[in-house]
Design a protein around this ligand. Structure first.
Ligand code: GDP
Ligand code: IMO
Ligand code: MG
Length: 423
């Protein structure tokens, strides 16, 4: 498999972790390029369930290397605990995980500011994961961020941290919140930095050397297209470039070295947090939640659920340039008598076939549905296209057609084996 970028085509949690795990088998290095531990990527290996937040999902395949690129924001204390957690489950990252020295740090004041900003928005809150992602990327863009390379030089780190804590404690005190302790953070971050030292490197050079050696790169997107800072339902988005372009800026691998872009989408739609969701359907959410599915992998929040929205996925196809798509969670629809697919919106009496640029307009869009007959039998044991019930095949063909992309795989359960490859 050539250099491949995999991104979510909806609002995150499309099943990227599972598909990355499958594609890792045909890759050499798996690379995270953006986001932080707001991500939660679930991979089921036999009876073991892993939820990865910062470490690429490829780590679960023996001998594969993984890289956390410059575009990621990371809390080093969290990364150490994720590494230790994996070790407890029998996966050792030693010699296989590398982190860019240019990755920006998430610090405790970012989390406090995240909470403060959300609280001050009242009814208009974003519903963030509370991981300090927005404030950390904010510091990066404002050119006052602290990077992993800074943490590797304790004196430099201490000086920068002191100044940033002084500045950020002002709003915290103003709002009666607990100021961040310089000593406490310095101690825990330096300790984590010491642990991470062997992993911190020039990942840009590593990636380019790997490409010279014809190694196959797999880029693991976090979040999804409509959470993208530029192309998402702003301001109800995350603070990074979650679309395929983010793979280049977040790693230093230029666009002309990327051969394939895969879009992952659920056979329906989910979203965590606030913001527009034209096809949201409470009854569908109730059904999934009663089945024990569609709870957030990072925060445990019940995900909002709705029908497949082809207006969104067509837009995602345009923005990301999908070569092909992977449709997951088909089994979630197994019991339904009929299934809706949104093919257009109604806005002010007009039929709209594209996502309106304004989030306020998207909020007012009413879905126009095409209704499909359900297959009403289990797909969980299907292992080939032919095994799928005819109506499921018709449904999948229809959503690929309205999305305008080639279907490359279908997922009918969380396990590796529950994946039907079409190419
Ligand atoms: P990610 O953030 O895109 O990696 O997705 P999450 O891990 O947050 O959420 C996807 C959830 O769906 C996880 O619990 C996966 O184990 C699960 N999953 C992925 N594909 C399938 C599928 O085809 N069927 C079922 N039942 N679960 C799936
Ligand atoms: P993965 O990689 C689903 C959502 C939050 C919130 C918005 C902003 O598992 O698909 P943030 O904490 O990033 O500032 O929150 O983005 N969000 C996700 N939703 N999956 C994710 O990641 C998400 N990461 C952030 O719920 O609406
Ligand atoms: Mg997730």
């Amino acid at each position: 498999m050539p250099n491949t970028v995999l991104v979510g085509a909806q609002w995150g949690d499309e099943g990227k972790g599972k598909i990355i795990d499958v594609l890792t088998d045909e890759s050499d290095i798996v690379v995270r390029m953006q986001g932080g531990n707001n991500a939660g990527h679930t991979v089921l290996v036999g009876k073991k369930k892993y939820v990865l937040h910062l470490i690429p999902s490829g780590i679960l395949r023996a001998r594969k290397k993984c890289i956390i690129g410059n575009g990621v924001v990371l809390d080093p204390v969290h990364l150490v605990s994720e590494i230790d957690g994996l070790l407890k489950l029998g996966t050792n990252v030693k010699g296989r995980l590398f982190v860019s020295q240019n990755a920006h740090l998430v610090l405790p004041y970012h989390r406090s500011l995240d909470a403060l900003r959300e609280a001050s928005k009242g009814g208009k809150k974003i519903g963030t994961t509370g991981r300090g992602i927005g404030p950390a990327y904010g510091d990066k863009v404002a050119r006052v961020g602290i990077r992993l390379a800074d943490l590797m030089s304790p004196d430099r780190f201490a000086g920068m941290l002191k100044e940033r804590i002084r500045v950020n404690n002002i709003p915290l005190r103003e709002h009666g919140l607990k100021p961040v302790s310089f000593k406490g953070v310095l101690g825990s971050y330096l300790e984590a930095g010491e642990r991470l030292k062997p992993l911190v490197t020039n990942t840009l050079l590593m990636l380019h050397e790997a490409m010279e050696q014809k190694k196959r790169l797999l880029f693991e997107g976090a979040q999804g297209t409509f959470l993208d800072i530029d192309h998402g339902s702003y301001p109800y988005v995350t603070s990074s470039s979650t679309t395929s372009g983010g793979a280049s800026t977040g790693t230093g691998v230029p666009p002309n070295r990327i051969d394939r872009v895969v879009g992952v989408m659920k056979a329906y739609t989910t979203r965590v947090g606030e913001g527009p969701f034209p096809t949201e359907e409470a009854a569908l959410g109730d059904m999934f939640h009663n089945m024990g599915r569609e709870f957030g992998a990072t925060t445990g929040r019940a995900r909002r659920c709705g029908w497949f929205d082809a207006v969104l996925t067509r837009h995602a196809c345009m923005v990301n340039g999908f070569n092909d798509i992977s449709v997951t969670n088909v089994d979630g629809l197994d019991q339904l008598k009929s299934i809706n697919v949104c093919v257009a919106y109604k806005l002010d009496g007009e039929t709209v076939r594209h996502v309106p640029p304004s989030t306020l307009d998207l909020e007012r869009c009413e879905p126009v549905y095409e209704t499909f007959k359900g297959w009403q039998c289990s797909t969980e044991k299907c292992r080939s296209w032919k095994d799928l019930p005819l109506r499921a095949r018709q449904y999948l063909k229809a959503i690929a057609k309205v999305t305008g992309a080639k279907l490359s795989s279908v997922s009918v359960g969380p396990d590796r084996k529950q994946t039907i490859r079409l190419v």
